[in-house]
Design a protein around this ligand. Sequence first.
Ligand SMILES: [Zn+2]
Length: 206
Amino acid sequence: MKLISLSFDDGPNLTGSVMNDMLDLLEKHGIPGSFFLIGNKINEQNAAVIRRAMALGCDIENHSWSHPDAVKEGLSRAQIENEFLRTEEAIFKVTGRHTEFYRPPYISVNDLMYQAVPRPFICGHACQDWIAEYSADTLLEKMLSGTQDGVIYLLHCGESNLNTPEVVDRAIPILKSQGYDFVTVPELFRRKGVQPIQGKLWTVVE
Ligand SMILES: [Zn+2]
């Protein structure tokens, strides 16, 4: 079985509406996704959406507390740890579970990051859906260009990523018709029998 994973960064927005719409889409297609959340965006209102994601078989992962570029901003080890730990606490409070993976904001990493964050780092095939000028057609092409067994697609679930729902809605049936099965990121590693070691950026699990 060919396996792939959809991952979504930068949620949840204030009300959780963007993530909720994405969950509607995933539910419609009967597939799960992995959501890498920004800790300081989690609140009482969108907690229900996060719990809905869990109920639908999606998983919740860590995307830092305040979305800094750790390398460019020269974050200290303590600051990097804080970015990870505060988000971990916020997610645990809502889900009752610890995350398994970390996605560094801007995929900005250095040795200090690898030492300070006790999780494997996920990159993924960048679908470039953060570029507002790209049409849904262009983004769909960019997304599908990275298709291969074991790939993790890097998508976004923020208020400014307006074309992403359409792209995902169109991509899923195409990928299904090519024989791909959708799983969460942790499930992808388990099903492939691959140990997600730390100290590298994962994009394809094979
Ligand atoms: Zn991000």
